[in-house]
Design a protein around this ligand. Structure first.
Ligand code: RIB
Length: 306
């Protein structure tokens, strides 16, 4: 199988509890349920792209623990090529501690574990995969140096390079921007990258314009129920979000990125790819959990027809 989408990123086991509300600092609240769910921004995006029609390969690291085995097997069951998922001897897999409240909002603490072992050498070892693919996706749950290497190599190979700057805690290395075709932050990430408080379409555009000025190709700011804003040198376009009953927003952004990539890999135009990704992301928030919530191609088609 030759991948047309390669994802470089994290695999986590999500330890998820649902609670009436998120605890304030210093406060203890009761959870109503607990479960382990396959997650990690990289793996979620890989699953989304695969379920939505792409041929996907993942480059990442897992530990030699039980979670590592389960995370790898989970991706393989999704028809994702895992030959470039390295098992780190005596390593502990990444985990994410997630609390979801009754308004479908969440807090996430990620403990990177072996995601922190993914090195540029791991990417170089599978350079053939990058050469053969159409789309390369990165996020920020693996070392920055590795992300920087991948973006640069993607640009050299003239691939469609997508960066989902999540999680974002501040500005990105400015030399990265010229390698990125599509930068896809949410409101808070756009704010962290630019210092702009993003709480409206106008402020999202302002932030996106400053990212464009740094050299990124196009910016898509995802705004949850407020839709998505595409900003390029040529145009600004707002895409309204499909209306759904939200249960859990975990992995909605990942579903958007994976779906958008799958649509581009399938040859869809940018606007159609955004609309497709919006439906996929909207469907994902109607179900609980990261990977269990990601829809399949038929679900998206059925919703589009409804
Ligand atoms: O974007 C959601 C993901 O963020 C979760 O699956 C969790 O693992 C964290 O990486």
């Amino acid at each position: 199988m030759q991948a047309n989408v390669v994802v470089v990123g994290s695999l986590n086991m999500d330890l998820v509890t649902r609670a009436e509300r998120l605890p304030r600092p210093g406060e203890t609240v009761f959870g109503q349920s607990f479960g382990t769910v396959h997650g990690g921004k990289g793996a979620n995006q890989a699953v989304a792209a695969s379920r939505l029609g792409a041929q996907v390969a993942m480059i990442g690291c897992v530990g030699s623990d039980a979670y590592g085995v389960q995370l790898r097997e989970g991706l393989e069951a999704e028809n994702i090529d895992c030959q470039a998922v390295r098992t780190v001897t005596q390593g502990v897999s990444g985990v994410a501690l997630i609390v979801v409240d009754t308004n479908s909002q969440n807090t996430i603490v990620v403990v990177p574990g072996t995601n922190g072992c993914l090195a540029s050498q791991d990417i170089m070892a599978f350079d053939g995969m990058l050469q053969e693919t159409k789309v390369i996706i990165c996020q920020l749950e693996v070392p920055m140096e590795t992300v920087g290497h991948t973006l640069k190599r993607g640009r050299e190979l003239d691939k469609i390079v997508i960066l989902n700057p999540a999680p974002a805690s501040g500005p990105l290395p400015v030399q990265w921007y010229a390698s990125v075709d599509y930068l896809i932050p949410n409101e808070s990430e756009a704010g962290a990258l630019t210092g702009v408080t993003v709480d409206s379409l106008d402020s999202a555009e302002l932030a996106a314009r400053s990212l464009l000025a740094l050299g990124a190709g196009k910016i898509i700011v995802t705004l949850g129920a407020q839709g998505a804003l595409l900003v390029s040198a040529q145009r600004v376009m707002h895409f309204a979000a499909p209306k759904v009953e939200a249960v859990d927003a975990t992995a909605a952004g990942d579903t958007f990125v994976g779906a958008f990539s799958a649509a581009l890999a399938a040859g869809k135009g940018e606007d159609d790819a955004i609309r497709f990704a919006q439906i996929a992301a909207a469907l994902s928030v109607t179900c609980a959990g990261a990977q269990p919530s990601i829809p399949r191609l038929q679900d998206v088609k059925d919703f589009a027809l409804s």
